[in-house]
Design a protein around this ligand. Structure first.
Ligand code: CU
Length: 155
């Protein structure tokens, strides 16, 4: 009887160790895409290639020593057919909504929060099934106009 209890406890302990290990192995299958927003108002990566329906982990970081109200960045990926110029223009004045214009929210398929220097975020994103070139932009005022843009290429 004593041995049975010990066996059960051993099995239970083994299970407790095994479950998190399995879970972490699974998340390792997700491809990580690292992107930084720089002081020159550019992304260090301007082309992300992905497969339709793929899940990717976007790790985004703002590299800056400036105060956040002067230099912050985000990533907003817009759907195919979106007027990216108009979206970026409208978002400049949407400070209360993380600089995402409410009128365009349904055309934003992914966005990070606005991050100041030294801040970073990890977010999973399911790539659309429809192939094409999706624009991604930083919507901090002036940055899109300065060329803070890139393409998510789904093929
Ligand atoms: Cu920016």
């Amino acid at each position: 009887m004593k041995r049975t209890i010990k066996t059960i406890i051993t099995l239970f302990t083994a299970l407790l160790i095994a479950i998190p290990a399995f879970a972490s192995n699974e998340s390792d299958d997700i491809r990580t895409v690292n992107i930084k927003g720089m002081d020159n108002m550019k992304f260090d990566v301007t082309l992300i290639e992905a497969e339709p329906g793929e899940t990717i982990k976007i790790v985004f970081e703002t590299k800056s020593d400036m105060p956040p109200q002067t230099m912050s960045h985000n990533i907003a990926i817009v759907d195919l057919g979106t007027d990216t110029d108009a979206f970026a223009q409208a978002s400049m004045s949407a400070r209360d909504n993380e600089f995402i214009a409410p009128d365009y929210e349904d055309q934003v398929i992914f966005n990070t929060p606005m991050l100041g220097g030294g801040e970073s975020v990890e977010m999973e994103f399911t790539v659309p099934e429809t192939k094409g070139d999706y624009d991604f932009v930083c919507t901090f005022p002036g940055h899109y106009m300065a060329g803070m843009v890139g393409i998510l290429r789904v093929q």
